[in-house]
Write a protein that binds this ligand. Structure first.
Ligand SMILES: [Zn+2]
Ligand SMILES: [Zn+2]
Length: 259
């Protein structure tokens, strides 16, 4: 297992796991979020600035954030990241933020305006509203977007890069539904949420998946590896998912996943 993003080799896609936890922070583990190829942050967890610094990664070293959705466990870290950029004197307009089109503007505006002091000069990050079906290229990483059924507007992503051996999928927070397997078909790695753990019949209105459903999805999509995140009991969830998909593992914080 590679744990150093700087020594991830010549792979085309390298995903550093900065957190794997459920909606509430855990000891030494933030909510699920990732740094892709050192240049695109996918969600910010609660405290991404601290997590990056703890791993010797400069929070100014990337210029793009992509959000799956705007629930607090996925974007609270944006406030401290914006403050860090302002405090370091960086031009906030150079920070690109992509995410669900329905509410990206109000969320990012509020986060920027939270800093009512001299360092905030009314300059906002550059917004990239995303909709289901969109395909965008960010720093050489291609993102395909799919609607994720969740209580707030949310997106699942399938990413690839030139000369990558395969694609990587991220369910984000979502309930299980038909069509997901087609979207993630053949991904080398699928990061799936498993918020409902070893629940056989989770209430669909929660907008989350069980580990069984994550395993079913991985099997239907014929992915290479299933990596579970956003679960309070990773080992129990992995055992449940393996009923359907043997190559299931818990996400390891600090590990780099490459294709
Ligand atoms: Zn969440
Ligand atoms: Zn959520």
């Amino acid at each position: 297992m590679i744990t150093d993003i700087n020594n991830a080799g010549k792979n085309a896609l390298n995903v550093l796991c900065l957190g794997s936890g459920p909606c509430a922070p855990q000891k030494n583990n933030d909510t699920a979020h990732y740094l892709i190829n050192g240049s695109v942050l996918l969600d910010t967890g609660w405290a991404t600035v601290q997590g990056l610094i703890d791993r010797d990664i400069d929070p100014l070293s990337f210029d793009t954030i992509v959000f799956t959705h705007f629930h607090p466990d996925h974007y609270m870290g944006l406030h401290s990241l914006i403050f860090y950029w302002l405090w370091k004197g960086r031009d906030l307009s150079k920070l690109r933020i992509a995410g669900p089109a329905e509410n990206i503007e109000i969320i990012v505006r509020r986060a920027a305006e939270y800093w009512q002091d001299d360092c905030f000069r009314g300059i906002y990050p550059t917004l990239m509203p995303l909709n289901p079906g969109d395909n965008i290229n960010l720093n050489g990483i291609h993102f395909a977007c799919r609607r994720a059924p969740h209580p707030v507007p949310a997106l699942s992503y399938r990413i690839t890069a030139e000369s990558a051996k395969s694609d990587i999928g991220f369910t984000g927070d979502t309930r299980h539904e038909p069509g997901q397997a087609e979207f993630f078909a053949g991904c080398g790695i699928l990061f799936s949420e498993a918020s409902c753990g070893a629940s056989r019949n989770p209430d669909p209105s929660w907008g989350h998946m069980s580990a069984y459903q994550a395993g079913q999805l991985a099997a239907e999509a014929s992915v290479g590896r299933l990596v579970l995140v956003h679960t309070g009991s990773p080992e129990i969830s992995c055992a449940a998912a393996r009923e359907y998909f043997a190559n299931t593992e818990p996400a390891v914080v600090g590990a780099v996943y490459s294709v």
